[in-house]
Write a protein that binds this ligand. Structure first.
Ligand code: TXE
Length: 471
């Protein structure tokens, strides 16, 4: 059993203030393997005081020194990559081969991207006789999610400290252990006391205390729409800036002249990463009506080919869902779709063969319409719905007919055609013909998907204010 008692405040590991513990369950085995002591509002007070105390000195450091610190943190993470990966596998059931790259590897490269982007930030420019400066936004509250326990935190911490801000982090209470490696990495890299602080605990106590705290200037959260909206509401009382990285229901449009087979295979792959627990997953597959039957067959075959099982096994592509609540939630979505008569292509509610324990859900494909509930709500599991369209305008209309606006995909015979279509889709990013995401480009959403952008220079700029100096 792992027992984690401490918060990281002002450069020291200090016992959290409550006598309550959150138990941690391995989603692949359903065994309890650890517990974490919950923090309190008083812990938040101490962490915010530390962050306020460190702000002036840190914000005045040379960006080149901050870049060196970020590279030092990345070096340490690289050295400790195996233990960080093992932690995320145990904590949320992310398959190890994927966790190495999509969790640990990307978190390392994000830190390096922030360091490399610092020289591109225009810190000072002349407007007439005045000088316009970029300044750190102040003390940042950073609230993480369980689906990407390390990355949802490292993106915020990396960008914020690059900008010269200091941070109070609350990892998701569902997956708090993996993000703590970042605190220990910051400590080892010699990040000054108070620049990075971690407080464990629930959203309703620690999350609210951070958001409401008069000493916190800005709050950045990755999570559900409900939690994001609540943060915005509480932050509004003190007119704080917010960055909200929330959910998605992204469409992958496969146009008439695209390579249907490649598009469907790549699209299903995108949708099922992290067992579909990815905010930008392409979970609506839009295909020409004349090719619907072909697309259904291809999608079903691709979904069936996923190797599901033990996340510690290198071959595994689909692990369990991250926790019992998520398992129940995803099964609820599937069950409602079945009750509503949406056509099931493959998967469904049966437990995957040979897996007696663990929160496993079969890779599932439905075929329906965009007005099905399944096409409108974020499922956050390995579930895709195929939707036919009659022409390009209809495909664009369907893609935009969503409360969310996070991501999308367009497949066409030529790139320019795909780009024209992409420009009409109201989402924060669009993958064209399956091109991988460049992690230096911005990530974030329109509509219910949120406010602000993470990653690369754009991520840093979210944590900066302008100051005009006249004279
Ligand atoms: O996350 P919550 P949940 C979506 C996804 C998933 C659903 C529910 O659809 O099924 O949300 O997940 C903190 N003040 N995503 O309920 O509650 C909380 O402690 C301050 C999408 O497990 O939104 C945690 O640290 N903080 C997604 C974080 O918010 C509060 C990632 C997210 O928790 C708070 C996760 C409050 N009042 C879920 N209430 C994505 N965008 O990738 C909660 N929190």
């Amino acid at each position: 059993m792992i027992r984690h008692d401490d918060n990281y405040i002002n450069g020291e590991w200090v016992r959290a203030g409550s006598e309550d513990f959150r138990q941690l369950t391995n989603p692949a085995t359903e065994e309890v393997y650890g517990e974490v002591r919950r923090g309190t509002a008083e812990d938040v007070d101490r962490a915010v005081a530390a962050a306020q105390g460190a702000l002036d000195a840190w914000s005045q450091t040379d960006p080149a020194d901050r870049a060196a610190t970020l590279h030092a943190m990345a070096d340490i993470m690289e050295r400790r990559a195996d233990e960080i990966t093992a932690s995320v596998v145990r904590e949320i059931g992310m398959p190890v081969t994927r966790a190495k790259t999509a969790s640990t590897g990307v978190s390392i490269s994000d830190l390096r991207h922030f360091a490399d982007a610092l020289p591109d930030v225009v810190w000072e420019e002349k407007v007439g006789d005045s000088t316009v400066r970029r300044m750190a936004a102040g003390v940042v509250g950073a609230i993480g999610a369980w689906n990407g326990p390390m990355r949802s935190v490292s993106l915020k911490v990396g960008a914020a400290i690059a900008a010269g801000c200091t941070v109070v982090v609350k990892p998701s209470e569902v997956a708090p252990l993996t993000p703590h490696f970042l605190a220990s990495v910051a400590e080892e890299a010699g990040v000054p006391a108070g620049v990075v602080n971690f407080v464990n605990g629930s959203g309703s106590i620690v999350g609210e205390a951070i958001t409401a705290h008069p000493g916190v200037d800005m709050v950045s959260i990755t999570g559900s729409v409900g939690a994001g909206a609540r943060v915005m509401e509480v932050a509004a009382r003190r007119v704080k800036r917010v960055a909200l990285e929330l959910g998605g229901k992204s469409a992958n449009i496969v146009l008439e002249d695209a390579d249907l087979e490649e598009a469907v295979r790549s699209g299903i792959d995108d949708a099922f990463r992290n067992s579909g627990q990815a905010c930008g997953a392409l979970t609506r597959l839009l295909v020409p009506r004349a090719r619907l039957a072909e697309a259904e067959q291809l999608a079903g075959e691709t979904a069936d080919s996923f190797i599901i099982g033990d996340p510690t096994a290198p071959r595994t592509q689909l692990g369990p869902l991250a926790n019992a609540d998520q398992y129940e939630s995803v099964r609820g979505h599937i069950s409602r779709a079945l009750d509503a008569g949406v056509k099931l292509i493959t998967g469904g509610l049966d437990h995957p063969a040979g897996l007696d324990r663990g929160y496993y859900v079969r890779s599932t494909v439905f075929s329906g319409t965009n007005s099905d509930r399944l096409a409108q709500e974020e499922v956050f599991g390995p579930v895709v719905i195929i939707i036919p369209f009659d022409d390009e305008d209809e495909a664009i209309r369907i893609a935009n007919d969503s409360e969310f606006g996070l991501a999308g995909g367009v497949w066409a015979g030529d790139r320019e055609h795909a780009r024209r279509v992409a420009s009409r889709i109201r989402t924060g990013r669009v993958r064209i013909n399956g091109t991988p995401i460049d992690m230096r480009a911005p990530h974030g959403g329109f509509k219910l998907s949120g406010i602000g952008r993470e990653m690369g220079r754009y991520g840093i700029e979210d944590y900066l204010e302008y100051q005009a100096q006249h004279g």
